[in-house]
Design a protein. Structure first.
Length: 151
């Protein structure tokens, strides 16, 4: 199981918003530029996060997106389930439509414990934890050329 591009961008955008001072609203194009993502694609991702009640959006001159109160405690598994749906938990490594203990693919028994560990890992990490790690300089949020990274 590898996260979809949509889940990756959603997580990066949420962390970006969690690192903003004072919860100020941020325009989708600013987030897209900061993360090196296409603005229309980022706008779609942000709208899905609004529908999932992780973000608020405000229109107008001082509008933009910001985290909803309490969203910083959301774990990554919740974000992935919101963006990719339950397929994350059920998807077969080899792409079979039905892959369970009774109707297993050749990789099922090897993949099942690995997938369980990955899901547990995602469930154990919150946006707040990752935002603090990015703010401390422990991790980078996006792979951007040095000239684009603002300090």
């Amino acid at each position: 199981m590898i996260l979809s591009r949509t889940s990756q961008y959603a997580i990066q955008a949420l962390i970006y918003l969690a690192t903003q001072p004072g919860g100020r609203p941020v325009l989708s194009r600013e987030i897209a530029h900061s993360l090196g993502v296409s603005p229309p694609y980022m706008a779609k991702v942000l709208q899905s996060l609004c529908r999932g009640q992780l973000l608020d959006s405000t229109r107008g001159r001082s509008g933009g997106f910001n985290l909803r109160s309490g969203a910083e405690h959301t774990n990554l598994l919740e974000v992935v389930l919101l963006t990719d749906g339950p397929r994350v938990d059920r998807e077969c490594l080899l792409g079979h439509k039905i892959c369970q203990d009774e109707t297993a693919c050749p990789m099922h028994r090897n993949w099942k414990p690995v997938k369980k560990d990955i899901l547990a890992c995602l469930g154990g990490v919150t946006l707040n934890h990752l935002a603090k790690a990015v703010q401390s300089g422990q991790y980078r949020l996006a792979d951007l050329p040095q000239g684009l990274v603002s300090h």
